[in-house]
Design a protein around this ligand. Structure first.
Ligand SMILES: [Zn+2]
Length: 61
């Protein structure tokens, strides 16, 4: 397994890229794709990065 340059299995972006806040590695998928797939934790994180206090569809705990 190539751990040098991990890429998202869905969108193909480089994972854990310090220049890309949405590239955080979630078991092979990036944060953005996990959020797109409906993962509530990732959606909340993406919303936070986007400067929102609360995601639109998911209520915070
Ligand atoms: Zn992705």
């Amino acid at each position: 397994m190539d751990t040098n340059t991990n890429r998202c299995k869905i969108c193909g972006r480089e994972l854990n890229n310090p220049d890309d806040p949405f590239s955080e590695d979630y078991e092979g998928d990036c944060l953005q794709c996990m959020a797109d797939c409906g993962d509530p934790d990732c959606a909340a994180k993406v919303a936070k990065i986007n400067g929102q206090t609360e995601p639109t569809r998911i209520s915070m705990r």
